[in-house]
Design a protein. Structure first.
Length: 297
């Protein structure tokens, strides 16, 4: 009787342990997969008895909310209040037409002698300059002295000065910008008025002494020259040192007296025609002299 009771107790004990082992995975609910016993029991059960359950979700860390409309791929952009004011950015100016704003005139020193308006515009890019707001002052021999610029506002002039602090060299020459009054600028431009020659007249330099009108017309054959658009110039220098082009190799410079210099002004029918002649005929020869061309602008 005692042996039968012990066997009964042992059987009950095994049944209880087995039932606990099989049901331990269901204590947390039907979707609970946190107990390691469930996986151990599933290893000994047939596959068709094991219910297919989705894999446990991976822990999701804290992810910053991305801006969907951000052009930088989700990185935060500064707010409009954090950005620089428009007055500190080159070319970003507002309220230019407000009352009380006066233009600012300035003079450019030491500009290259071969630079054009397009070169000045490119150098001062972002300062709201236009071709009709710049001109060159010439002397009696049609040599360029200084460029004169007119800025819309004082803010544009300050931006131009800021550009010079970063890069003051235009080609190989350092340039300088200085403010001037409107009266000073007009007086410099009217000292030798070349208004009727600007933008469509070429100055020919280093002409031979025996040059004549036929030589000039032959030099610009194929180009449209305005009627009576050729003017020969003659300058006499009392004392001058021999230029490099008139010296032999190894010869020292010496002083020459009463040197005659010949130049010519050639006026074309349009600005495009003058620029075409400047590009195609620069450095060509008249007789045995190499000609230098400059645009009056």
């Amino acid at each position: 009787m005692a042996e039968e009771q012990s066997l009964f107790v042992s059987d009950n004990y095994l049944d209880i342990c087995g039932s606990r082992q099989l049901s331990c995975g269901m204590r947390g609910g039907p979707n609970s997969t946190t107990s390691p016993l469930t996986s151990s029991v599933h290893q000994f059960l047939p596959r068709f008895l094991v219910e297919a359950s989705p894999p446990p979700p991976k822990p999701v860390p804290h992810i910053r909310d991305f801006q969907l409309d951000s052009p930088l791929g989700g990185f935060d952009l500064p707010s409009p209040t954090d950005r620089l004011p428009s007055s500190s950015l080159t070319g970003a100016f507002t309220n230019r037409t407000s009352a009380g704003i006066r233009p600012v005139c300035a003079k450019v020193y030491n500009a290259p002698k071969y630079c054009l308006r397009s070169d000045i515009l490119r150098f001062f890019e972002g300062c709201n300059l236009t071709p009709d707001k710049m001109a060159v002052a010439y002397d009696s021999r049609y040599r360029p002295r200084n460029w004169h610029l007119e800025f819309d506002t004082l803010e544009d002039f300050q931006v131009a000065n800021a550009l010079l602090t970063r890069n003051k060299f235009m080609w190989p020459r350092p340039i300088r910008l200085e403010q001037e009054s409107k009266q000073e600028m007009m007086a410099a431009l009217r000292l030798y008025d070349v208004t009727h020659l600007r933008d469509r007249t070429l100055l020919m330099i280093n002409l031979p002494e025996e040059v004549n009108m036929e030589d000039i017309e032959r030099f610009f054959e194929g180009y449209s020259i305005s009627g009576q658009g050729v003017k020969l110039l003659r300058y006499v220098h009392e004392k001058v040192r021999t230029p490099r082009i008139k010296r032999l190799q190894g010869e020292w410079r010496k002083t020459m007296d009463n040197v005659v210099e010949r130049r010519a002004l050639v006026c074309f029918t349009s600005e495009l025609e003058a620029l075409r002649a400047l590009r195609e005929r620069q450095g060509e020869y008249v007789q045995d002299m190499e000609i230098e061309l400059k645009l009056i602008q």
